[in-house]
Ligand binder design. Sequence first.
Ligand SMILES: Nc1ncnc2c1ncn2[C@@H]1O[C@H](COP(=O)(O)OP(=O)(O)OP(=O)(O)O)[C@@H](O)[C@H]1O
Ligand SMILES: [Mg+2]
Length: 280
Amino acid sequence: MENMGNTIALMNQKGGVGKTTLAIHLALGGAALGYRTAIIDLDPQGHVAYSLAILDETGKPPNGVFNLLVNEYAMDEVLELVPPDMTHFVLPEDIPLPHGPYPGRADILPGFKRTQLAAHDMDLNNHDYTTFTKAIRPLVADCDFVFIDTSPTVTTWTKPALHASDYVLIPTECNRLGLDGVANVWESMDNLRESHHARLLGIIPTMVRVNVGEHKDRRDELVQTYGDLVWVNEQITESSIWEEASDKACTIFEYAPVHPASLQMWRVVNRFMQVVGVKI
Ligand SMILES: Nc1ncnc2c1ncn2[C@@H]1O[C@H](COP(=O)(O)OP(=O)(O)OP(=O)(O)O)[C@@H](O)[C@H]1O
Ligand SMILES: [Mg+2]
């Protein structure tokens, strides 16, 4: 595989557009294909851990990011392995997918409320925004792909997250607020361009209602503005099955392997692999 960097931030400064859903499916889908993947949750909501039911004895997500950065735990003390049975899926036959080198595994570096304190701590101690990049280096070196899930607002984490990333993926709803969210990410990337090298890899329309004119118009507007960066053929349509899968703390690949939603997400995985240079 051509090595062009392996760290991908999921960003959109609008909430509830599918950032966490996408991070989880790219990471667990990648593990199912035989890659070593990880998700770092920089959102203090702790949704990555909640979504995979990786919780501590109090039923809350572990504060892995905080413990790594502030309490200086070792990486292997803060990583949580996604149970292997959650990354074994029946793969679709009609979507070309690569095969990675290993049995595959996914780890998460979970975050929760203290993640926000970790960002403040970096500020207060006058550490610069590269601290996070340095701290995750051992994980990045061990993984084929590292996905960074981010919160829906510009926070003290935006700059460190961009600095650590090679690529940015933006899931978006096809409405006015969704498009504003995309424009805001674009603007942040531009404003902070001195401090990062991340490249926009793609804009993925999600929760699309195909028979809603507004959605089609806004998707066309996205294409006019961002051209080929918009993954039009890999758009994900709206379906309540996503929330059902999420309530069961599992992926759509496991919950509904032959549902159109699952196939749409495998198409996203396929396109992702292609754009990062994996030969399929
Ligand atoms: N295509 C879809 N259709 C309908 N619901 C979806 C779809 N994709 C994801 N969802 C659901 O929408 C909700 C929000 O998704 P998700 O948590 O991934 O968004 P987010 O961008 O990470 O949100 P936040 O900004 O709060 O972090 C979840 O309940 C998820 O199951
Ligand atoms: Mg989220």
